[in-house]
Design a protein around this ligand. Structure first.
Ligand code: C5P
Length: 225
């Protein structure tokens, strides 16, 4: 079926503290948003890129890429999952019941096209997400600052994006209460599905706090060789 990228981009970037949403920060002469969208647009199997933008966002229309023929916008929501739900709804309207969605954070400008291809190759009908095995020992806290348990790190992964699902299945999983739904897989898990974990790369960071920009600059230089 047709493949739609859904890009939530309606956050305010509070943790970055830049005074404007983090996707408009500049990295090597382009905004993070342009890096992210250019990569998705250059991946041929993606038919259309659906960007969830806040109605109060004055920066989006100033990006040249905002008028690209393969980009369309949907309204952003109060929470990330709501922004995604709006995009997935549009994907179903455009592509019908056989549509698939590839959800990717606007704040992850360094995603590799080869990793997106791996997701497409390795998914089954339950969907698949990019993720990384943890390297640190992981502690579960009690209500305060004390350790309640040490988790078995051999079966702990960090969830990245993109995350790939049949549009209908994700749409239905995103109905109802979205509290605590911080990625698409968690919505699918809640309705009993078991998406696959596909090993990604650690340069696919979500630019979140100020020091991440320097890290993104470093990883971009490494990627360009
Ligand atoms: O807040 P977080 O870093 O998890 O945001 C991940 C992505 O979700 C960002 O690209 C952000 O713009 C987007 N987002 C959104 N709508 C919100 C909150 C975040 O589209 N209400």
């Amino acid at each position: 079926g047709p493949l739609y990228a859904v890009v939530p981009a309606a956050g305010i970037g509070e943790r970055m503290g830049a005074g404007f949403p983090k996707q408009y920060l500049s990295l090597a002469g382009k905004t993070l948003a342009e890096h992210t969208l250019n990569r998705l647009l250059s991946f041929a199997p993606i038919d259309r890129v659906l960007v969830a933008v806040s109605v109060q966002d004055p920066w989006w229309p100033t990006l040249g890429v905002s008028t690209h023929s393969r980009i369309a916008t949907v309204s952003g929501g109060a929470a990330r999952a709501e922004s995604v739900r709006n995009g997935v709804t549009r994907a179903l309207e455009l592509g019908g019941e056989n549509a698939w969605v590839l959800v990717h954070d606007m704040a992850r400008p360094l995603v590799r096209l080869s990793d997106i291809q791996n997701l497409l190759d390795q998914t089954d009908s339950q969907g698949a997400i990019l993720a990384l095995p943890v390297v640190d020992t992981i502690k579960q806290a009690d209500d305060g600052n004390h350790i309640a348990a040490t988790l078995d790190r051999d079966c702990i992964w960090r969830a990245l994006t993109p995350q790939l699902f049949p549009a209908r299945a994700l749409h239905d999983a995103l109905q109802g209460d979205l509290a605590g739904i911080t990625d698409e897989a968690s919505a699918m898990e809640r309705v009993g599905r078991r998406p696959a974990l596909v090993a990604g790369h650690s340069d696919n960071i979500k630019v979140t706090v100020p020091e991440d920009l320097a890290l993104a600059r470093f990883y971009l230089a490494c990627q360009l060789g």
